[in-house]
Design a protein around this ligand. Structure first.
Ligand code: C5P
Length: 346
């Protein structure tokens, strides 16, 4: 894998582009997409099953802890020893507070977003959640234009619209709102949570991409910076929302193997998301996640006994067409600066 550093006055962000083989990109996109689908189903299942209910704010903290441990292990691999990893983290995280604090913003926003997912999935069924959450592709595209000055062609905006037509069709399927009648679910609360999560997702994702590609600090250092703040802000969330429950029942109250599976899936999903953003971008990530709607809906049909409708098939087809249209090659005139780009191995 290689890092190409490109200084371009017309497009100042990102300044660092990472390249990887198509096979590797497809691999991380597939793992992330399948993982998102599994995560949603697990989360939805554990919020509806009978028995002692775990405290969701603690799960958000545990996911951050797991991601921090994995990122440190990746740094051990890159630095080839634990001592060198500690020095690397000390130099880049603790001795560089201005740079580290840049990750405070996405970390807090992701923490809010991750908590909102629990609120949304406690009040909406998995299919409705997944489909509505795809609004994040528009917020991501808008933030990409605003923060990264990304050039999105008319065909690509059209592809985003087609994607929406597709997810709308999936949403309109007869079974999509069937669980609204559940007395424990509040559709309006679920919808408000998901809309807020879309804004958080768009902003935090693009901000992370901007910081990651705006310097040559490694992905794993960026992740360590972010997850440290994530643990602190997550603990603040536990304290403000569930202090009484934790004091009464303990931090790990209600932790079944399914909840640990959520911690595993949530952390794998987060780490793969960061790799996907490094090698592609947030918009491509959004398209890939759209596939997980289809997969999780199919999972939902089997798990919760729903039927696959014609509208669902049409919606899925439109999502595929959108992905195809968005990925169509564009004729771009070569920039003179690209010929002078420097390339260095990572
Ligand atoms: O729904 P969305 O794609 O915005 O979710 C991104 C997820 O990836 C969040 O749960 C966030 O915590 C996680 N993430 C991460 N590390 C990054 C970037 C995102 O764990 N570097």
């Amino acid at each position: 894998m290689e890092v190409a550093t490109k200084q371009d006055k017309e497009e100042p962000q990102p300044v660092v582009t990472y390249s990887a083989s198509l096979g590797f990109k497809l691999y991380v996109l597939c793992v992330m997409t399948l993982n998102v689908a599994g995560y949603i189903l697990l989360l939805r299942y554990t919020r509806t099953v009978d028995g002692p209910m775990y405290i969701s704010t603690t799960t958000v903290v545990m996911i951050e802890v797991a991601k921090l441990i994995c990122s440190l292990l990746m740094l051990v691999r890159d630095n080839r020893s634990i001592g060198a990893m500690i020095r690397d983290v000390y130099k880049n995280v603790f001795c560089n507070p201005t740079d580290t604090f840049k990750m405070c913003i996405p970390s807090i926003i992701y923490m809010i977003q991750n908590n909102l997912a629990f609120v949304a999935l406690s009040n909406l069924d998995a299919g409705t959640y997944q489909v509505t959450y795809q609004l994040k592709i528009v917020t991501t595209a808008l933030f990409s234009v605003a923060l990264l000055r990304k050039n999105i062609s008319w065909l690509q905006w059209f592809a985003i619209l087609v994607l929406f037509s597709g997810v709308a069709c999936v949403q309109l399927q007869p079974g999509a709102f069937s669980q609204k009648s559940d007395p424990h679910m509040n559709f309006a609360v679920g919808l408000a949570a998901i809309l807020a999560a879309c804004l958080c997702s768009g902003f935090a994702g693009v901000y992370f991409e901007k910081v990651l590609k705006g310097s040559d600090t490694s992905l794993w250092i960026r992740n360590v910076q972010m997850y440290l703040f994530g643990i602190v802000s997550g603990l603040v969330g536990v304290y403000t929302k569930d202090y009484g429950k934790v004091m009464e029942n303990g931090f790990f109250y209600g932790y079944t193997p399914y909840v640990w599976a959520i911690v595993a899936a949530g952390s794998i999903g987060g780490l793969y998301t960061s790799v996907v953003v490094k090698y592609t971008d947030n918009i491509i990530k959004g398209f890939s996640t759209a596939i997980s709607i289809i997969l999780s809906s199919i999972g939902s049909f089997y798990l919760f006994g729903k039927n696959i409708s014609l509208l669902f098939c049409l919606g899925s087809l439109l999502v595929m067409v959108a992905i195809f249209l968005y990925g169509m090659p564009r004729k771009v005139a070569p920039k003179p600066s690209e010929s002078s780009a420097t390339t260095k191995p990572v």
